[in-house]
Design a protein around this ligand. Structure first.
Ligand code: NDP
Length: 330
């Protein structure tokens, strides 16, 4: 049984020396616990925040202990009522091959209903983030034009497609490569998309959204937020989901220069955390599940194999190696 430990808190981009893959004993479950053999691990941008000890909404990873993260695995021993050997569960004991924990922290999932990895992405945390952030925080309504950054990623690709399926007048996405841009338009049905690395974000957004933006779903921050403010329509809304462009910065970045635009537009900018929106989970599964099953909503996963590649997979998310949800398969 191998597990990843954080050895030191990264400054700037995380370095391999900040981590170690270590051998650890498998602990048998006590009363009320289960032992799970992990099959799929999630790596997510927010984990960068947990590597630092700055005050945040989630506790830092402890140095010298197994890191945590979303995971799906098979129960191999159970001392808990209602969970049997052979069941599959979604839980939080990622970054390791075997996990032992209280059964209350596990949610049973059905491998017949969807591929197991989907419970970490399109039908899981990132899917709900897209759904709640667009519909609740972004207060999306039919006829809105929507701009989403990080649009070829797990959250972003779902934001754009949900907006389309719910009657957006125009959906615009940005991503970091021409292949990703092509995917957005040709496969996910975005009306327009651009590569933020091949020109100014503001200029490219003005061209892609000549009639402005009613909802901007921000995954990136920085230039993207600045540009979206510049194109914001009357009563526009900005849902701040993430700001991946600053996660490895060592100094705070200045805020957008365009904030005054909120006055004339009566615009609103609001951050959100998916953890506050789990009440929407049943509605999300009911509405989005059939779209995924029918292929009306498409998704990709980038799958990296092997626990030894867990760290590289995580760094890959920060670099943009992934298209759709980054998954580690054990
Ligand atoms: P993604 O699958 O979108 O992967 C991250 C992507 O970010 C990369 O693929 C890369 O794509 C892009 N990226 C990296 N650096 C930059 C940069 N400097 N500028 C622009 N794009 C960059 O990850 P998720 O879908 O899991 O997460 C997307 C965002 O949502 C993140 O900001 C994350 O922190 C946030 N989030 C927030 C939650 C909440 O509760 N508020 C919950 C879940 C996620 P590219 O090739 O296009 O650069």
């Amino acid at each position: 049984n191998r597990e990843w430990h954080l050895l030191s808190r990264p400054v700037g981009w995380p370095k391999p020396e900040d981590f170690a893959l270590v051998e650890a004993e498998i602990r048998q479950p006590r009363e009320g616990q289960v032992l799970v053999r992990n099959k799929y691990l999630s790596v997510d941008p927010y984990m960068r925040g947990r590597m630092s000890d700055a005050k945040s909404y989630v506790a830092p990873f402890e140095l010298g202990k197994a890191m945590q993260g979303g995971a799906v695995g098979e129960v191999v021993a159970s001392e808990a009522e209602g969970i049997a050997v052979g069941d599959h569960v979604l839980h939080f004991g990622g970054w390791r091959e075997y996990a032992t924990f209280d059964a209350q922290q596990a949610v049973k999932v059905d491998p017949e209903a969807a591929p197991l990895s989907a419970y970490l992405g399109v039908l899981g945390m990132t899917g709900l983030t897209a759904y709640a952030g667009l519909l609740r925080t972004g207060a999306f309504k039919e006829g809105d034009s929507v701009f989403v950054s990080g649009a070829a990623g797990a959250v972003g690709s779902q934001v754009g497609q949900i907006a389309k399926l719910k009657g957006a007048s125009r959906v615009i996405g940005s991503a970091g490569s021409d292949e990703k841009v092509k995917l957005l338009v040709e496969e996910y049905g975005f009306d327009a998309a651009f590569n933020y690395k091949s020109g100014s974000v503001a200029g490219q957004l003005r061209e892609a959204a000549p009639d402005g933006v009613d909802v901007y779903f921000d995954n990136v921050g920085g230039d993207h937020l600045e540009a979206a403010l510049g194109q914001l329509n009357q009563d526009g809304r900005i849902a701040v989901c993430g700001m991946i462009s600053v996660y490895n910065n060592t100094e705070p970045v200045p805020g957008p220069k365009n904030l005054a635009r909120l006055i004339a537009t009566r615009g609103r900018i609001q951050g959100f955390l998916v953890s506050d929106h789990y009440d929407l989970q049943p509605q999300f599964v009911q509405e989005v599940g059939p779209w995924v099953a029918s292929g009306a909503l498409k998704y990709r996963e980038t799958v990296v194999e092997g626990i030894e590649n867990n760290l590289e997979a995580f760094l890959g998310v920060l670099r943009g190696d992934n298209t759709g949800k980054m998954i580690v398969k054990l």
